[in-house]
Design a protein around this ligand. Structure first.
Ligand SMILES: CC(C)(COP(=O)(O)OP(=O)(O)OC[C@H]1O[C@@H](n2cnc3c(N)ncnc32)[C@H](O)[C@@H]1OP(=O)(O)O)[C@@H](O)C(=O)NCCC(=O)NCCS
Length: 193
């Protein structure tokens, strides 16, 4: 499954570490499929508080594991390895350091490019929001970059901007200056759908 998701995100395999980190760090996975069984959308989410030291350490461990696999070539050959690792780690560090105090987080959300605009993304987020409300979560966060991510979707859903930082990874990956955006959704004010 991770290869399929990574391919949809990008034609190279370098998105695979992101998928692995998201999968390792989630307690909610929801998949949208066609009647044929073909997967057309996925969400990884987490409803555990992230501000504890143990949580930070576990997340860091999965990132170090991903870096080790990049170095070992498990995701295929990459050019300019030190630059890639530096930018990957810088963005991950900034995400860890600036982690807002939320008790739910969307780790990864993706809908097949041929199936977008049909409400699948909204349904996947609705279902995760319901799960978070049931788990007693109060605030949900998500990170997006301003070049490759569809951050408009989150604004249209009701998420508010909670932080902006220079995104090393997105800048490296997209070849132009890019910012990372932290979004927060106040779940207190939301009703179950
Ligand atoms: C983000 C993503 C999952 C949205 O999935 P989707 O199934 O196309 O979204 P929906 O059809 O459910 O749209 C839900 C709402 O968001 C709005 N929306 C979606 N894309 C939008 C865009 N680019 N600009 C403005 N609004 C947008 C829709 O108009 C819709 O609003 P409505 O319910 O008021 O009509 C999809 O675009 C995607 O996979 N993008 C690539 C990966 C990505 O960017 N992931 C998120 C960032 S990490």
């Amino acid at each position: 499954m991770k290869e399929h998701i990574a391919q949809e995100l990008d034609k190279t395999r370098i998105m695979e570490p992101y998928v692995e980190i998201a999968a390792a760090w989630s307690n909610w996975t929801d998949i949208a499929c066609l009647d044929s069984g073909e997967m057309i959308g996925v969400i990884f989410g987490d409803t555990r508080a992230k501000d504890s030291r143990g949580a930070g350490r576990r997340l860091m461990a999965s990132e170090i594991r991903a870096c080790a696999k990049i170095v070992l070539g498990r995701y295929g050959k990459v050019k300019r390895l030190p630059t890639l690792l530096w930018n990957f780690m810088m963005t991950e560090m900034k995400l860890l350091i600036n982690r807002p105090e939320t008790d739910a987080e969307i780790m990864l959300l993706l809908v097949d490019s041929r199936q977008r605009g049909k409400g699948i993304g909204r349904t996947l987020v609705d279902r995760f929001v319901n799960n978070a409300l049931e788990a007693g979560s109060k605030r949900m966060s998500v990170y997006a970059d301003d070049l490759a991510s569809n951050w408009h979707f989150y604004e249209s859903y009701g998420f508010k901007r909670a932080g902006l930082f220079f995104d090393n990874w997105s800048t490296y990956y997209n070849g132009e200056r890019s910012m990372g955006i932290r979004f927060i959704l106040d779940l207190d004010r939301r009703q179950r759908t």
